[in-house]
Ligand binder design. Structure first.
Ligand code: ZN
Ligand code: ZN
Length: 137
């Protein structure tokens, strides 16, 4: 799917900034941070334009936020094929990469009466398959 097709699917207007942000995240192999997106974005957008576009994409769940800790906050594209399944994320201590583990679903927790769950988050930390292989030589 092309960035403009994703925007169309969400009934969002095409803007070069929105398309650019989606393209950068698509091209990234792992989840990437807001700063990394800004650095790789082609064209000059002022802070406000960038921030607004970014928020719009997040509100429409085109991109999702992955909070590892205070220092590491990354973003990934929602795989629309998997229909917004809540999935776990993996943080690698060695290469600092964050990945979506779409095959690892998170069960909705059973909450006491009166509590409403709006989102669940799971970040698994360890060593990724790439680092494990290159480390065992
Ligand atoms: Zn790694
Ligand atoms: Zn994810």
């Amino acid at each position: 799917m092309k960035p403009y097709e994703i925007l169309a699917k969400h009934n969002l207007k095409r803007t070069s900034c929105r398309e650019g942000i989606i393209a950068v995240i698509m091209a990234a192999q792992h989840a990437i941070s807001e700063n990394e997106i800004r650095e790789q974005l082609e064209g000059n957008y002022d802070r406000t334009t960038f921030y607004r576009s970014f928020k719009t994409l997040e509100e429409h769940k085109i991109i999702h936020k992955i909070v590892v800790d205070n220092q590491v906050i990354k973003y990934a594209l929602d795989n629309s094929v998997t229909l917004k399944n809540e999935h776990a994320h993996f943080y690698c201590f060695k290469c600092n990469s964050v990945q979506c583990l779409e095959s690892v679903h998170i069960e909705k927790p059973l909450l006491p009466d009166g509590y409403v769950c709006t989102e669940t988050e799971m970040v698994i930390k360890g060593i990724c398959n790439f680092c494990k292989e290159s480390g065992s030589k």
